[in-house]
Design a protein around this ligand. Structure first.
Ligand code: FDA
Length: 380
């Protein structure tokens, strides 16, 4: 094998490590990717009949307050001025999300000052002091009325489980804003890659020292010998599930081309009612109002959530107490594995936003990879 470093997985974690090691250290990097495209879950593609960019693995909105990450990503793409906003339907009415003063005034049907709203929610939340399940925990944070409208049905659909049977630890906080600010993210920088995600991701891999081998499973690779490895696939898979499987939730996406220029007037509409089977509908044209898309057709994607089986894409770690106990044992195994570094959301069993995956890859590069290769005299 003609590589100084093998990277399993071409998501944002793997690509950041590959780019830094190739460009900064001059290493020959082999990236192996099981799928037929680079970019991991941030990958997007053009829906052929409309030309609309669709995020294949769920909507991806870039946001960060990390100056270093913002400077880094701008080397590969510029970003639009997109600002994410989400609405939710409950019992035939539409409300802004996350819960803010606009949601509270609309739901209770009267004008409230921030102090009045805060006092109302605090009084309603005082009903529960010692939460023993997710429902009680949510009520202790936002009170029963807001919980029953905006949290109960949505959470039950996300977990396919009655919230009274879910552990309270699943939520630590529920954001409530006592202003009319309805922006979804609080970060300093936000936007979508001007030329699309795939152009950004391919640009990161575009270096003569980087070879990307698509459609190749790391575990089918001929022995890597002594070549160091950065592994960003599922942690439990690496060890043949020796400590048992880590639990994940997955999503099913149902795309549809609809004969209208605008289906819902906004990119993301949540559905809080339990009798609506999907959790949300994305309408991808609204992520890029600056683009020329057809006036008479649009792409919508309904999203359904469930527990992942062995063959499903792992999306969100479930992170029960049993998962955490397994994770501790897997981390011990990972530490003992010489010449292999584990990273990314699958390799560490953590939900990471894109900016967090990039930041953590840059940290691994600074603290582990660069010193390792410097000690070995750069190459070999
Ligand atoms: P990622 O999963 O992207 O990449 C891992 C790669 O490894 C995959 O391509 C996989 O095929 C490959 N692989 C695994 N095993 C392999 C093997 N054995 N051999 C070869 N290849 C292998 N973030 C954000 O900032 N804003 C957002 O709006 C969203 N939205 C969002 C929606 C949904 C539904 C999810 C699940 C996630 C998000 N994210 C997000 C998070 C974002 O997707 C995440 O930050 C990145 O995927 C992290 O990149 P990684 O490289 O860690 O993993």
């Amino acid at each position: 094998m003609n590589a100084d470093l093998v990277i399993a997985g071409s998501g944002l974690f793997g690509l950041t490590v590959a780019e830094r090691c190739a460009r900064d250290l001059g290493l020959r990097v082999l990236v192996v990717e099981r799928r037929d495209h680079v970019g991991g879950n941030a990958y997007s593609e053009t829906e052929p009949s409309t030309g609309i960019e669709v995020h294949r693995y769920g909507a991806h909105l870039f946001h960060t307050s990390n100056e270093r990450v913002w400077e880094y990503v701008n080397r590969f793409t510029s970003f639009t001025g997109y600002r994410h906003r989400v609405f939710t339907v409950f019992k035939g009415r539409v409300y802004p999300m996350p819960i803010n003063l606009g949601t509270i005034c609309a739901y209770f049907g009267r004008v409230m000052s921030p102090d009045e709203a805060r006092a109302l929610v605090a009084a309603q939340a005082a009903e529960v002091t010692d939460p023993r399940n997710l429902e009680e925990k949510a009520i202790s944070l936002v009170g029963r009325p807001l919980y029953e409208a905006f949290i109960r049905g949505y959470t039950a659909k996300q977990w396919q489980t009655d919230p009274r049977e879910l552990p309270p630890e699943i939520i630590t906080r529920l954001p409530v804003r006592y202003t009319f600010d309805d922006r979804y993210f609080n970060d300093r920088y936000e936007g979508l890659p001007t030329g699309g995600y795939t152009a950004w991701l391919e640009r990161m891999a575009d270096h003569p020292n980087i070879e990307v081998r698509l459609g190749t499973d790391f575990f089918d690779l001929d022995a890597a010998g002594n070549v160091p490895v950065v592994y960003t696939g599922p942690l439990d898979r690496y060890f043949d599930h020796a400590e048992g499987r880590l639990g994940w939730r997955t999503l099913d996406f149902a795309p549809e081309v609809v004969a209208t220029g605008d289906f819902q007037g906004t990119p993301v509409m949540n559905y809080a009612d339990e009798d609506v089977p999907y959790t949300r509908i994305h309408e991808f044209r609204h992520f890029h109002p600056e683009r020329e898309y057809p006036p008479d057709r649009t792409v919508i994607v309904r999203e359904y959530s469930r527990f992942a089986d062995a063959g499903d894409e792992p999306y969100y770690p479930i992170d029960t107490a049993a998962d955490r106990a397994k994770l501790v044992r897997y981390r011990d195994l990972a530490r003992a594995e010489k010449g292999v570094w584990f990273g990314g959301r699958l390799g560490t069993y953590q939900y990471l936003d894109m900016h967090m995956a990039i930041a953590s890859a840059l940290t691994m590069y600074d603290n582990r990879l660069r010193p390792h290769f410097a000690a070995r005299g750069t190459k070999g």
